[in-house]
Every structure is written in C-alpha cells, then in structure tokens.
Design a protein around this ligand. Structure first.
Ligand SMILES: [Zn+2]
Length: 292
C-alpha cells in the first residue's frame, strides 16, 4: 500500500556547475550539469510540492545569470507534464529560502506554505548586514522574504519550529539547523503510513546535491561527503546525512537529491521539454505512470 506518488520535475539547469560547489573538496573534478527542480507529491486528496523554483524575471533572473542558470520554464508548463496546474497545489514545503527553491511563490495562489521560522528570521538578519557580509547573503532574493511575509499576512504561511510530524498524513518535516542554511528542513514521506515506515522517502532539499554526498567517491568504501556550499558547520552537514540515512534504513536511493543529474539512472524518467527531465520516484496505488 502506497499513499503518495512522487515526481521530481526539472525546470531549469546550469550546464557547467563546479563539482566543488556541490561536493566538498572536489576541486579536481571539473564541472557537471546541475538541474534545478522541485518535487510534486500527489495522494490522500492533496497535491503538495517541495519547493517552487524561481521566477526568471527581475532579481530572480539576475541571480540565475550569476550562477549560469538558464533553460528556465514556468511552473505551469512543467506541471502540465504531470497533468497538474499551479492552482491545484494545496501544500508547499519550502526546504530553505534560496532563490531557486522559494522564488516561485507568486505562481501558487491556493497553497499553504510551510517554512522553518528560523529560516525566515536568520535571513532577515543576514539582509541587515552590509555588503562586506555578501557571502552570507548569497543565493537569496530579498523579494522572496517579502513575499513570504505577504503569505503570512494572507493566512497562507505556517512557521514551523523544529520537527513536525504529519503535516499531511504520513508526511513529516525535519529541521536541519545550521547546515546548508540556518533553518533548512527536509521532508520525510512514510508512504505506508506507519511510524516505523518500511517505505520511506526523503526529499532532501540542498542537504544532498549529488549521490557522492551520501556515498563518497569509492563505492567499496562508502562515506559521507558534505555539500560544497553552506553557512552552517561541516559537522552538522555530515550528521544530517547520517540522520536521513537512518530514517530510511540505510537505503540511499530513498534519499532524493533534486539537483542530481543522474536520478534517471536510478528511477524511471522521461524528457519533458528542451532536455529537462521528469523522474518518477514512486507511484501511489491506482496512480498511472507519467513517464511511461
Ligand atoms: Zn540552496
């Protein structure tokens, strides 16, 4: 019995991202394609997403250009490949406030958004610093923080403090403070509905960028290698990898990195538009494949 279907939907890409930017210390590994994606979760009468991408206009476009990100397509276009519209989305779990995860707020008029309260407050603090602290403001569109406050004003923001179980039946939020960002969180779907799930899936946000973060470079001697870009501590970034790993009984394929170019090697997948992919992580009972 599986309650939820999960798809990873690429909506943009960077074709030459330094591997060292995503895998700690990989300064000799050149560049890689880094897809930009969000996650659609459908089941139990709800349509949820993990993150919403960014809007390729105004400051969102400026940051994207700085990071070499292009081939952007709207959420309306990308979701249509899963027979969904932005208006259909009811719940959105924001893993962190970087522009490419939270910049698309305005496209989803009916959704309630969930974010860690610490993520918002620490970004407001970072925004208050002068330009010498630019490093601490990287990948943020301050307009997104204002848009999140707007959601609060209209009753569509839930500020989460720490872990929260069953935000939807069988879906938990886990805080990961002082890791990739100050108030990152990840999403754990217990797809059999059990507390001690044997069918768990983790949507990792940017706590995992590439398979190497969980498995290392040597398949015979696997080890954790933290991500290559964070404001928290190296230790926290390693420990959260182990925490996620334990939640899924050590089955690393159940921890889904949305920036991973090789997801299609482990899951069914198809091209949607202009070389972007849609990858089917799992299907709920009775749901039909969108990639077959
Ligand atoms: Zn990020």
């Amino acid at each position: 019995m599986a309650d939820y279907s999960i798809w990873v939907l690429e909506y943009a890409e960077c074709n030459k991202n330094p591997v060292a930017g995503v895998v700690y210390g990989a300064h000799d590994k050149g560049t890689c394609r880094l897809p930009y994606a969000y996650v659609l979760i459908k089941g139990n009468g709800s349509n949820a997403m993990v993150d919403v991408g960014y809007n390729h206009s105004e400051y969102g476009e400026t940051i994207a250009n700085e990071f070499g990100v292009g081939n952007w397509h709207s959420a309306r276009e990308i979701l249509s490949h899963a027979e969904m519209t932005p208006e259909d989305i009811t719940h959105i779990f924001i893993t962190h406030a970087h522009y490419d995860h939270m910049g698309g707020i305005a496209a989803f008029p009916n959704a309630t958004f969930y974010i860690q309260e610490r993520e918002l407050s620490k970004w407001v603090w970072a925004m208050s610093l002068d330009q010498r602290f630019k490093m601490l403001q990287a990948a943020l569109d301050p307009g997104d923080i204002l848009r999140a406050v707007g959601l609060a004003k209209s009753g569509r923001l839930v500020c989460v403090q720490g872990d929260r179980a069953d935000v939807l039946p069988g879906i938990d939020l886990h805080a990961a403070y002082d890791t990739h960002t100050w108030g990152s969180q990840y999403v754990h779907i217990r797809n059999d509905g059990k507390d001690d799930s044997e069918d768990g899936w983790i949507l990792a946000g940017d706590l995992v960028y590439r398979f190497e973060n969980l498995e290392g470079w040597d398949p015979q001697n696997q080890s954790y290698i933290p991500i290559g870009f964070y404001v928290g501590s190296t230790t926290n970034n390693v420990l959260v990898l182990d925490e996620m790993s334990k939640l899924v009984g050590g089955e690393h394929r159940r921890i889904v990195p949305i920036h991973e170019d090789r997801l299609h090697e482990r899951f069914p997948s198809r091209e949607t538009v202009d070389g972007l992919r849609m990858t089917e992580i799992t299907l709920a009972d009775g749901e039909t494949s969108k990639v077959a």
